[in-house]
Design a protein around this ligand. Structure first.
Ligand code: ANZ
Length: 832
């Protein structure tokens, strides 16, 4: 059959004409507006909504979006009510930086970027319910973000704290730990310093245990492990050491209570309050000087295994509760103030950092655990061991030699507990979330404070004191609290942020008392913490959403987005969801049942796409040159969804040729006089239905596409193409390439769009191969492969095998002494 396209005009495949045509029809018919029909199953397919940047959509966006769209379109055809929404994560730095450079209000920049993104997404034919579009910067949306903040505030989950924060002078803002990589800002790579500042914090640590434990039931990829690691659940014990000559106790956190009799010194973090209380006169200057030096170091520098451990003795001594040993108390910055108790018992024989420290300062090293893996216990790094068995314990705890470490841990904690000197303890690495930013383009934090002042605090040079210790919630009825208009969006060196300059907005008077609004704004993460909830009822002005709408759609059945959000957005969103769960706003403990990350699409040269490398592919160009359907199918055909893969322009061309062939099959089928499908073709069709169905269920879109390609080749080879064989193909293709599928469907004479046409079913019997390849062995050695009926009799199988030249070569002149035959699997001839 000819593959040329030069038929009569209307019979050519012209995506530039039919794609906009179908997009308009879908819009006009409201094909994707989500509604619930009683008794029908629901499906909520969610994409991570984009930040509408100035550079528009890149080819990475359509990858995940196409995957979700395929599943959503497929679910509609399978009779589900589908919610498939889209929106904009539109607060954030770039629009603000653009505003600083050009004076354009971030709102205007954001609006025009959104318009571009929306046009681009629409040109790709995604089946979004655009009536549910949300924009995190919209006042109606901000209102509910602020409402959630107030709920957190009322529950003590939002609080202020003077904390050493990551201050980035270049960006003029504080950054979350998650946004700092190797002492530099994740965005822009500017240096970050530690500085104590008043900040709003969210008490995510209150949910550490649930955020860890409730990952259990989720159908998530290795992201679960990443979150577990970030939360850092650590099971151990707190042990109390009394300080000699002081009425003070130093409590350490350890994961190795089995090693307590090997403690040769103890260490306090430089920030620990006990340091000042117990340092002796003689050591005071040295200790103070040491603390000064520590201030400039980040946690990463302090705990880096490769760095030399430093410290200074306090001159004080602590008593080991288990054996009465007197050990020296040190200050060392490898102990972090905000982890565990900010104090450690050092066991240089079994901990690498303690070992390095002991070597430097000539402290004792006492082994108390013997390795059980047969290796010698020398003190190089490789010899440190998590598990082993105890050697003789020099302790009150009655644990003998040769007992396994895990058992010693238990017994030691039990003994300490009984003696009132220790207890089992679970610690988390997770820290509370610094939630304020000193920026303009974010949600105002809906809090205000009384102001102490004599006159009008808005006047130049007015003296006033904001009573940050008396935060007051903005009444719910006054939400949303809108941003003030500003001329200058620069953050400035004042950590209060640019909103502090909007004095008329910031200060107000009530009954003679002046008040000041909070001038910090929320971080960009805020809006994305709950957008999936607003989609269920986005225009509700009475409530955040109605319970009916929630019941109709939640939870999210499939969530697709980049793995860069594995710990930040996904952990924050889960935290808010759990807080809302506790308040009774939501009914599920977890929002996202199934999660998938699409792999990054690299440039044609195998490098990350970037403007500077000049390897960026613009989806608009591909739509123009090959069509949206080609782009969609190509991005699915590139490889497994999760894999990182390079762009290949000739790959798009190959996919376009595939769609041309499908088109030509459609044209040929309409002209064909016979509609009879021969058995072999019927089998091929059913096998393809089975394969594509299972592949979509398993999110294996690349192999689904190749199965359809194989079927197309087979249909092309027919002398006459029956419509009955092409129709199922068109249905299978519909979720992948919806425009061409709709067009062919219509041309086949169907009045209704195939959006909700029933998904084709397969006959299992037709999917089974009548003949199947089985291996033939002679004396257990594979000699040949034969095509046999699945239920071929043993006699016939042996007969056919003995006719096979390769088998014959090993059986000729020999006697068959035994036959092992499993139909459909194997034939083994034992000969002598
Ligand atoms: C004695 C010991 C012996 C320890 C041994 C380890 C091995 P994870 O697993 O990360 O929770 N530690 C406790 N608090 C610390 C702090 N604030 N800063 C730095 N290190 C701290 O690590 C817990 C272990 O890290 C604890 O167990 C403690 O050292 C140390 F053979 O106690 B261990």
């Amino acid at each position: 059959m000819s593959e040329t396209n030069d038929r009569a005009g209307e019979e050519r495949y012209e995506p530039a004409i039919l794609e906009p045509k179908w997009q308009a029809i879908w819009e006009e018919r409201r094909s994707f507006v989500a509604t619930r029909t009683p008794g029908k199953p629901k499906f909520y397919g969610l994409d991570m909504f984009p930040y509408p940047s100035g550079s528009g959509l890149h080819v990475g966006h359509p990858e995940g979006y196409t995957a979700t769209d395929i599943v959503c379109r497929y679910k509609r055809m399978r009779g589900c009510d589908v919610l498939h929404p889209m929106g904009w994560d539109a607060f954030g730095l770039p629009a603000e930086q653009h505003a600083i450079q050009t004076g354009t209000h971030p709102r205007d920049t954001t609006a025009s970027n959104i318009a571009t993104f929306k046009r681009q997404l629409k040109s790709l034919g995604f089946s979004y319910d655009w009536t549910r579009e949300v924009d995190t910067t919209d006042a109606d949306y901000v209102r509910w973000t602020q409402w959630i903040f107030l709920k957190l505030f009322q529950r003590g989950l939002a609080f202020q704290s003077e904390v050493p924060v990551n201050w980035c002078p270049e960006l003029g803002t504080v950054l979350a730990n998650e946004e700092v990589i190797d002492g530099k800002s994740e965005r822009g790579q500017h240096p970050v310093v530690r500085l104590p500042l008043r900040q709003w914090m969210l008490r995510i640590t209150a949910y550490a245990d649930r955020l860890d434990a409730e990952l259990e039931g989720l159908d998530w990829p290795e992201t679960k492990g990443k979150q577990r690691h970030w939360i850092g659940r650590s099971e151990g014990a707190e042990i109390d050491f009394s300080i000699e000559g002081h009425d003070a106790t130093m409590t350490v956190f350890t994961t190795r209570p089995d090693t307590v009799s090997g403690v040769t010194y103890v260490v306090l973090a430089p920030e620990h309050p006990l340091v000042a209380a117990i340092t002796t006169e003689g050591q005071r200057d040295a200790v103070n000087a040491y603390i000064e030096v520590t201030k400039s170091k980040s946690d990463i520098e302090r705990t880096d295994l490769g760095k030399t451990k430093t410290g200074v003795a306090t001159g004080a001594f602590a008593v080991n509760p288990i054996n009465g040993d007197k050990v020296s108390v040190w200050v060392g910055d490898y102990v972090l103030a905000h982890y565990g108790t900010g104090a450690v018992m050092a066991v240089p024989a079994h901990d690498e950092r303690d070992h390095a420290f002991a070597k430097t300062y000539g402290l004792g090293i006492v082994p108390v655990v013997r390795r059980t893996d047969g290796k010698a216990h020398d003190f190089d790094a490789s010899a440190f061991t998590d598990d082993g068995e105890s050697t003789v314990l020099r302790s009150h705890a009655n644990v003998g030699e040769g007992v396994a470490s895990a058992e010693v841990r238990k017994q030691t904690v039990a003994w300490l507990n009984g003696a009132g000197k220790g207890r089992a303890k679970v610690t988390y690495r997770l820290r509370d979330w610094v939630f304020s930013r000193q920026r303009y383009w974010g949600e105002p934090i809906p809090i205000y404070f009384p102001v102490d002042c004599d006159g009008d605090p808005r006047l130049d040079g007015a003296e006033f004191k904001v009573r940050f210790d008396k935060p007051i919630a903005v009444p719910e009825s006054e939400l949303p609290l809108r941003l003030p208009e500003l001329e200058d969006y620069r953050p400035g060196q004042d950590p209060a942020g640019p909103l502090a300059r909007a004095r008329d907005w910031r200060f107000f008077q009530q009954d003679g008392q002046w008040f000041a609004r909070e001038t910090n704004t929320m971080p960009q993460w805020a809006g994305s913490c709950w957008y999936y909830l607003r989609y269920v009822d986005p225009r509700n002005v009475e409530e955040i959403f109605s319970q009916d709408a929630y019941d109709a759609w939640m939870p999210v059945d499939l969530y697709v987005g980049g793995s860069e959000h594995a710990v930040l957005h996904l952990l924050y969103a889960r935290f808010w969801h759990k807080a809302l769960f506790d308040i009774g706003v939501v009914k599920h403990a977890e929002p996202f049942v199934k999660l998938v990350h699409q792999g990054m699409i690299l440039g044609e040269n195998g490098e990350k796409m970037s403007k500077s490398r000049g390897n960026v592919i613009n989806p608009d160009d591909v739509v123009k040159s090959h069509g949206a359907d080609s782009l969609r199918v190509y991005e699915m055909f590139m490889g497994p969804l999760e894999a990182v893969k390079p762009w290949q322009t000739n790959g798009v061309e190959g996919v376009r040729r595939f769609l041309d062939r499908v088109w030509n099959l459609g044209v040929a089928a309409r002209k064909s006089t016979s509609n009879d499908v021969d058995t072999e073709t019927l089998r091929a069709v059913h096998k393809t239905i089975k394969k594509v169905t299972e592949d979509i269920d398993g999110l294996r879109f690349n192999t689904a596409v190749s199965a359809m390609m194989i079927l197309v080749k087979q249909l092309q080879a027919l002398p006459s193409v029956p419509q009955a064989a092409v129709e199922p193909l068109v249905l299978l293709l519909a979720p992948f390439a919806p425009h061409i599928a709709e067009e062919l469907w219509e041309r086949f004479g169907h009045a209704d769009s195939l959006t909700c046409a029933p998904w084709p079913t397969f006959d299992a019997a037709l999917c089974e191969d009548a003949e199947i390849e089985i291996g033939v062995q002679v004396n257990g050695k594979a000699r040949s492969v034969l095509k046999l009926a699945k239920d071929e009799s043993q006699a016939s199988a042996v007969e056919k095998a003995l006719e096979d030249a390769k088998v014959k070569a090993h059986t000729d002149g020999k006697a068959i002494v035994k036959i092992v035959y499993v139909p459909g699997r194997i034939l083994n001839l034992i000969v002598k």
